[in-house]
Design a protein around this ligand. Structure first.
Ligand code: UDP
Length: 574
């Protein structure tokens, strides 16, 4: 992502002067709600009309300042005038309830000032976050949902208006999220500015007295202020020595920091929305448990926030990012080469061109855990030419340790792709392993899928030791470009290591139970399960005997999480 400097990007976008669809949508929806309000809510039409007019006014000013690149302070002025209008119509903050106590503070003559400041703050914060529109509308949708849930939990006639407008604003936020192309940051922030104003104003309609709405806006307050940049810089300094970040970066807003770290605008929007939803859930829970003791509520708050911090950390780490780097990493002591499928195939082409024997290991969580307990397997993986991450667990554990594996490269996918590579090179493949008849059936299926594929030979995997020399001789004489060995990990890796020099095949790869899947003996997980990294679940459902092997997954996840929380990262080893 090439965005590095908010002011520059903002100026450029403002020069383009596009009308912000969000502002138009929000103003339109609020106006419609104000018109229908008297029928549906039986609320006072003066307040409805004032709110509709304020939305139109702030939205129009936002669009004008965006369109003609006028000083943004003018929008603040518009909010102050709108606050006066709302106050005259009777929408004001009379009292504030202090969080976690039954004390109410009467604002008296300060009411207008507090309301204007509050609305200005909300709109300014949303406008800042609005440079990534998904952030503003995602958090806005969550804030509206929280508001509606709280109103449902504690019905109050005074909140009818808040509920009514929250539904209208929330609907626009959701529609806007669907309509947004989150591919690039937007610069027209009139919509986000209006959204902040509207949410600030809606919260005044009987909601500010409640802890709940504050909790929904709190995440935005926290994440929007440069405080985060300063804290991040402080922690980075502590961990890696002073002066790790430039002054400008120290004052950076979280979403800009994340953009610079390689997250996409879409990912950032999702992160913020999930964070806001977490805080919203906490708010709803606190309202539902309003009667329980103060100590219990504090405990829930602390537990929720602590879980949120750990969850946020894990989420930040496991999202894929654009900051690829060549070389192998050491994941929990085991060597993995973080390549994509295309990169793995490019390596395979090189191995075939070179002609000398090479070994590819495809390792899932079982492989990583086995390698920790089996020094021979670990040593084999240390010296293999490529060790791909054949499992979502390995991909996620690596990302948790801050090493960027973009995708899973599984043995079963590699089989067909390597057949294509061999065919392109005018060479053949050899299938070794699986129960009797399985490798033959897999070979047939592969020939049907890859036109022109030559099968140099097929051999099942249950042969006697005395048959082995004849088999290796057959492979050597057939001279395939790729030898697939399907005995399961670690038997196949040990076999390859012992025989690769003898058979002289350029690409020797262990592919576990792939022949069972390709032959059709076992069904492959549906595409959506593969995409979600749930192929292991499907396999266990088909073969319950695999269940004990699953314990490798939580074991690896736990070791990786503890290591990551301790600040350890996966090292590059070459
Ligand atoms: N297998 C074999 N010879 C053996 C042991 C196993 O050919 O001596 C085959 C077995 O039939 C199965 C595959 O190796 O097709 C192992 O599959 P599994 O799913 O256990 O391996 P994974 O994919 O988990 O490594």
């Amino acid at each position: 992502m090439a965005v590095s400097d908010e002011p520059a990007a903002a100026t450029e976008g403002r020069a383009a002067g596009r009308l912000d669809g969000g502002a138009v949508g929000l103003a339109g929806a609020v106006l419609l709600a104000a018109l229908l309000g008297p029928v549906c809510t039986r609320a006072e039409s003066r307040q409805l009309a004032a709110f509709g007019a304020a939305a139109l006014w702030v939205g129009a000013w936002g669009c004008i300042t965006d369109r003609w690149a006028l000083p943004r302070g003018l929008r603040g002025l518009a909010v102050v005038l709108a606050a006066i209008g709302l106050d005259v119509a009777g929408l004001r903050i009379d009292v504030l309830k202090l969080p976690f106590s039954a004390t109410f503070v009467s604002l008296g003559g300060w009411s207008l000032l507090v309301a204007a400041l509050w609305m200005w703050l909300c709109s300014a914060l949303f406008a800042r976050a609005g440079t990534i529109p998904g952030v503003a509308y995602g958090v806005g949708a969550v804030a509206c949902a929280t508001l509606i849930a709280v109103c449902a939990l504690r019905p109050d006639p005074g909140r009818v208006l808040a509920l009514w407008f929250a539904a209208a604003i929330g609907a626009v936020c959701v529609l806007r999220l669907f309509a947004l192309s989150a591919a690039k940051p937007a610069q027209a922030t009139a919509g986000a500015y209006l959204l902040g104003f509207l949410l600030g104003a809606v919260s005044i309609m009987g909601m500010l007295k409640n802890t709940a709405f504050l909790a929904a806006v709190l995440p935005l307050l926290l994440i929007s202020v440069p405080l985060f940049g300063a804290t991040y810089a402080y922690v980075a300094d502590l961990r890696r020595g002073p002066g790790r970040m430039a002054l400008a970066q120290r004052r950076e807003h979280l979403h800009w920091l994340l953009l610079r770290e390689g997250y996409s605008p879409l990912q950032i929007s999702v992160l913020f929305t999930v964070g806001a939803a977490w805080c919203g859930a906490l708010a709803i829970l606190l309202v539902a448990l309003i009667e329980v003791s103060f100590a219990l509520k504090t405990l829930i708050l602390v537990a929720f926030l602590a879980l949120g911090v750990v969850g946020g950390f894990v989420l930040l780490r496991i999202l894929p990012r654009d900051r690829g780097r060549e070389g192998a990493i050491r994941l929990l002591g085991v060597r993995i080469t973080p390549v994509s499928m295309d990169q793995a195939l490019a390596h395979a082409r090189e191995f075939i061109a070179e002609g000398s024997p090479h070994m590819i290991v495809t390792s899932d969580a079982t492989g990583v855990i086995r390698a920790q307990e089996d020094p021979e397997l670990r040593e084999i993986m240390d010296h293999a030419d490529l060790v791909t991450a054949d499992g979502q667990g390995v991909v996620l554990a690596a990302r948790l340790l801050n090493v960027p594996i973009r995708e899973r490269v599984s043995g079963v996918d590699m089989v067909q792709r390597l057949c294509e590579v061999a065919t392109e090179a005018g060479r053949s493949v050899f299938l070794l392993g699986g129960a009797e008849g399985i490798a033959d059936a897999a070979a047939e299926k592969l020939q049907a899928a890859v036109p022109g594929l030559r099968i140099a030979g097929v051999q099942h995997g249950y042969f006697a030791p005395e048959e082995e020399p004849a088999i290796t001789e057959r492979i050597r004489d057939a001279a395939p470009a790729v030898l697939f060995v399907a005995f399961g990990i670690p038997k196949q890796e040990k076999w390859i290591r012992a025989h690769m020099a003898e058979v002289g095949v350029p690409v020797c790869i262990g592919v576990g139970g792939s022949f069972d899947v390709i032959s059709g003996r076992l069904k492959r997980a549906p595409q959506w399960m593969r995409k979600c990294g749930l192929e292991w679940l499907y396999r266990v459902m088909q073969e319950p005997r695999r269940l004990p092997r699953l314990k490798a997954l939580p074991k690896m996840a736990w070791i990786a999480l503890v290591a990551a929380l301790r600040g350890e990262t996966g090292d590059y080893v070459d």
